[in-house]
Design a protein around this ligand. Structure first.
Ligand code: PEP
Ligand code: MG
Length: 580
């Protein structure tokens, strides 16, 4: 039995057999397989070798045409290497004799050959080591690609154990059979964590090397509330977690009873609780939890869940379906926030050295104007006769906001010329998620109809802490006084300009921050749908007076530890069951 502590990414308890996915970087754990799986592993290997060989042959032909025979010869070497019979034989032997997976056996054989090449005196062969890495990656991609495919068609409930889950993988997951996630990397606001909460599946992230601690089929326990996983638990442990699972479900059922009650403080102030969604169809479920509207529709997931650029019509259909599911409630459509880890194969393949600071989000849109205009056309058309609002992400300068607005204006003119009906009076807002926008929020507030604070990115950029990097996850704290001061100033700027301000980052759905945010003056919070009931419970148990006193006290602290301890104590006073 191994117990590991990671970061609690999505609450709840899951117990089940592990399905271990291999690392994106192809650090393949040594895993043995059942004798009955040997033929399937060999078939996987053969298919991967054959697909790789075909790809290389196509590349060789294309290279010969464009760059000449000399360059094409590189691919001839790769092709011959892959077709080499002794290579296949060595890998098959490892699968049959040692019962290792195809991926591990192939990786080991390639390591052996790379070492041999490196150790020879011949400089030509030494140079070839790089080619061997290339070949290894290509074949492994195909072996693992087949493994990945299997997660969309699961036949029994499993706990996914993986290095990471990309947003596009997550979207195509067979949700009915996924009990939980145990992930090597990430932090509380990494997209894997957000997705797990969206799917309402218990998850623990930042476990470092959980993929090597457990083999496929072994039992694993996920305690997503406390950030703990147990690999190969003994009977007592399993029993203990079954009890916790029942307690957690009872807690959820109790919260569900609040569904139709208003989110009003004990002194009568209404707080608008809204939901964040990633896919159009989720709007229905989101509103069923008692949310009053959709405060953030992350449209980039439409792009990530497709294997080619969605056409204007496809986007229009998706947005229209979100409108239908929103049943007349407000729907804030955020323009696509692609980039950093939210990228997919058919889009720009350029890898920024520092993607969070690179050509992402609105910057990406403004440099791919055709794509952006198509997107805006689809949104404007879908917004007709509906309460749809448009929100631009990742604004850093006023110039960007103005450029985005003028593009929107151009698109409106085009639609007008084409005599296509669209929403003319759509409200336009922005996310405040860079410190630059926060510091200039007075100026921004004069140019938008509403502002929504993206505390995930705002924390990342203010504290210079990558939100998806488990090695610095302990430094990621939205309750850091520097972040809180920015939030306070944005709220004040909104008040001065008479512009609505909400929070749509993960902070909005975290019970611990609820009273503080209300105390800072926020009256609109948008969160993962599953967070709505518990936040409503807190709102209904507190008063504005109490919240303001909490905020006043917190703003006097200058260390995030003090803030954390104080907020935890305060939460316990009104919600002792939180985090059971
Ligand atoms: C945020 O940054 O807080 C936010 C809500 O946007 P996302 O998590 O999609 O980056
Ligand atoms: Mg963001």
């Amino acid at each position: 039995m191994i117990t590991k502590k990671g970061i609690n990414a999505s609450p709840g308890v899951a117990i089940g057999p592990a399905l271990v996915l291999d690392a994106e970087e192809y650090r393949i754990p040594r895993r043995t397989i059942d004798p009955s799986e040997v033929p399937a592993e060999i078939r996987t290997l053969d298919a991967a070798l054959e697909t790789s060989r075909q790809e290389l042959s196509e590349l060789r032909v294309a290279a010969a045409r464009k760059l000449g025979d000399k360059t094409a010869a590189i691919f001839t070497f790769h092709e011959e290497f892959i077709a080499d019979k002794p290579l296949r034989a060595a890998v098959v032997e490892a699968i049959e004799k040692n019962r290792y997976t195809a991926a591990y056996s192939f990786g080991q054989e390639m390591n052996r050959r790379e070492r041999l090449f490196r150790n020879v005196a011949d400089s030509y062969l030494k140079e070839r080591v790089r080619d061997l890495y290339d070949i290894e990656k290509r074949v492994l991609r195909h072996i693992l690609g087949r493994v990945r495919e299997r997660i969309t068609k699961l036949t029994e409930p499993v706990v996914i154990v993986a290095h990471d889950i990309t947003p596009s993988q997550a979207i195509s997951l067979d949700r009915d059979h996924v009990l939980g996630f145990a992930i090597n990397v990430g932090g509380q606001t990494s997209h894997t964590a957000i997705i797990a909460r969206m799917l309402d599946i218990p998850a623990v992230v930042a476990l470092n090397d959980i993929t090597t601690d457990i083999a496929g089929g072994e039992t694993i326990v996920i305690d997503g509330t406390h950030g703990i996983v147990v690999a190969n638990p003994d009977d007592d442990t399993i029993e203990r977690y079954h009890i916790r699972q029942r307690e957690y479900r009872a807690f959820e059922e109790q919260l569900a009873e609040l569904r139709d009650l208003p989110a009003v403080t004990t002194d009568g102030v209404r707080i608008s609780l809204q939901a964040n969604i990633e896919l159009a169809a989720e709007a229905r479920f989101a509103l069923d939890t008692g949310a009053e509207g959709i405060g953030l529709y992350r449209t980039e997931f439409l792009f990530l869940s497709s294997d080619r650029l969605p056409s204007e019509e496809q986007q229009f259909e998706a947005f229209r379906s979100a409108v239908r599911h929103a049943r007349g409630k407000p729907l804030i459509i955020r323009t696509m926030d692609l980039g950093a880890e939210k990228m997919t194969d058919y889009l720009d393949q350029h890898h920024d050295h520092n993607p969070a600071l690179g050509l992402r989000s609105l910057r990406y849109c403004l440099s791919h104007l055709d794509m952006f205009k198509t997107h805006l056309r689809a949104i404007l058309r879908a917004a007709l006769d509906a309460d749809v609002r448009i929100m631009f992400p990742m604004i850093t300068t006023l110039m960007e906001l103005r450029q985005a607005r003028s593009t929107l204006h151009d698109v409106m003119e085009d639609l007008e010329d084409d005599e296509i009906p669209f929403a003319r009076d759509v409200m336009v807002g922005m996310m405040v998620e860079t410190p630059a926008a926060a510091l200039l929020s007075n100026a921004f507030a004069k140019e938008v109809a509403f502002m929504s604070i993206g505390t995930n990115d705002l924390t990342q950029y203010t504290l210079a802490v990558d939100r998806a990097n488990e090695r610095v996850a302990h430094l990621f704290s939205s309750h850091n006084p520097a972040v809180l001061k920015l939030i306070r100033d944005i709220v004040l700027a909104g008040k001065r300009a008479g512009v609505d301000v909400s929070v749509c980052g993960e902070m909005a759905g975290a019970p611990m921050y609820c009273e503080l945010l209300i105390g800072l003056g926020l009256r609109q919070l948008s969160m993962a749908p599953t967070d709505v009931p518990e936040i409503k419970k807190i709102v209904r148990s507190t008063s504005i007076k109490r919240c303001e006193s909490i905020a006043r006290k917190v703003m006097r602290f200058d260390a995030d530890r003090q803030v954390l301890n104080y907020l935890r104590d305060k939460l316990r006073e009104i919600d002792p069951e939180s985090g059971i």
